[in-house]
Write a protein that binds this ligand. Structure first.
Ligand SMILES: [Zn+2]
Length: 365
């Protein structure tokens, strides 16, 4: 009996072949405790944060004939993971699929007791990327798909009182100048519309992200975009330091001055860390092989031992075959200094670093 998928259990066993890990009974006890705790999460992607049943309910694309995208972990590299992500998105064909997806994401928070979430969502994938790379015939209008996500979110929040979700719109590292201009225009318009605010007048989209493969092909263009959307009131949250070089990570951070960094583990070994608000996801890094060392050598463990206030997220639970509680239980399994009080400390650190503190505190009280 294990709380982990076979694949994740194999990482625990591998560490166990070198040093002492926690017993299955102890892990199970910790896992039940974490599951029951009210939680806050700030690194999860909405499209890969729902249960498989949601995607099984859609018409499956013929690219799924040999396997479902969520059966493909571990991935050879980030690129192979992105291919699985793209394949997952092929099943989304109509605005009502998008609404159902966002609604289903809110529902996914309930059994895990994740009371407040800041989730990345990717309207640019269904519009710009689809058009540019002929991913699927149904090309969404950017503004229309943005509206569909938010409609679904509102429906999900109405159905699940006691749970709050705010959105981080992924503007994507590979976006072009024209695409960024359109995103900026639509974001500006969104501020004039009640559709993008909750009943208490609080915004539903709180930040703009840069996800996908970190790239400096137009860093100056990203800098301008980031500064413009920041002036509109959005926070900035970039994926960086996820398997690229320290220099690249540092340049991204120094050029864009984000409010939060996703991953950011690259550079820790050489003394560079964006320490004020970094959300690490060790299992994601291991399953995508963006971290290629032994599991116990992932920089997150050392930082946790040193009480550096890093945060922990699940990233893409559907594609990785786990959830936020399993992410914490994995740390508990292999890191002997990690326990209930460390978990509570991480949660406290997370609460202090959310982009909508008023919403978070209200739903937790
Ligand atoms: Zn991520």
């Amino acid at each position: 009996m294990t709380v982990f998928s076979q694949l994740i259990q194999s990482f625990v066993d591998d560490v166990g072949s070198r040093r002492k890990v926690r017993s299955a009974a102890s892990i199970e006890k910790f896992h039940s405790w974490v599951q029951a705790q009210p939680k806050v999460e700030t690194h999860v992607h909405l499209e890969a944060g729902v249960a498989p049943g949601f995607y099984e309910s859609l018409n499956r694309p013929n690219t799924w004939s040999s396997s479902y995208p969520w059966q493909r972990a571990p991935f050879a590299n980030l690129r192979e993971f992105i291919m699985a992500w793209v394949d997952l998105s092929r099943s989304i064909r109509t605005p009502s699929d998008v609404e159902a997806l966002a609604e289903s994401f809110v529902a996914s928070r309930v059994p895990q007791n994740i009371r407040y979430t800041e989730a990345y969502f990717s309207p640019a994938d269904l519009s710009f990327m689809r058009r540019r790379f002929q991913i699927a015939p149904e090309i969404f209008d950017f503004s229309e798909v943005l509206h569909a996500y938010v409609r679904g979110l509102k429906r999900g929040l109405a159905a699940h009182p006691g749970f709050e979700v705010r959105l981080v719109m992924d503007a994507l590292w590979p976006s072009t100048a024209d695409e960024r201009l359109e995103m900026k225009t639509v974001l500006r318009q969104s501020l004039e519309s009640n559709d993008f605010f909750d009943a208490q007048g609080r915004p539903l989209i709180v930040a703009i992200g840069l996800g996908g493969s970190e790239s400096h092909h137009d860093l100056e263009g990203h800098r301008e975009f980031v500064n413009d959307v920041r002036a509109l009131g959005f926070k900035i949250d970039i994926h960086s330091g996820e398997g690229n070089t320290v220099e690249m990570h540092r340049t991204s951070v120094e050029t864009l001055s984000p409010d939060r960094v996703a991953h950011g583990f690259v550079g820790v070994q050489s003394g560079y860390l964006f320490g004020s608000n970094v959300v690490m996801c060790p299992l994601s890094n291991l399953l995508l092989k963006t971290f290629s060392g032994r599991a116990e050598d992932h920089p997150a463990f050392r930082l946790l031992r040193e009480d550096v206030p890093i945060l922990i997220g699940s990233d893409d639970p559907l594609l990785l075959g786990h959830d936020l509680s399993a992410e914490f239980s994995f740390i508990y399994a292999i890191e002997e200094s990690f326990d209930e009080s460390k978990f509570l400390q991480i949660q406290e650190n997370t609460r202090k670093r959310v982009f909508a503190p008023g919403v978070c505190e209200q739903v937790l009280s």
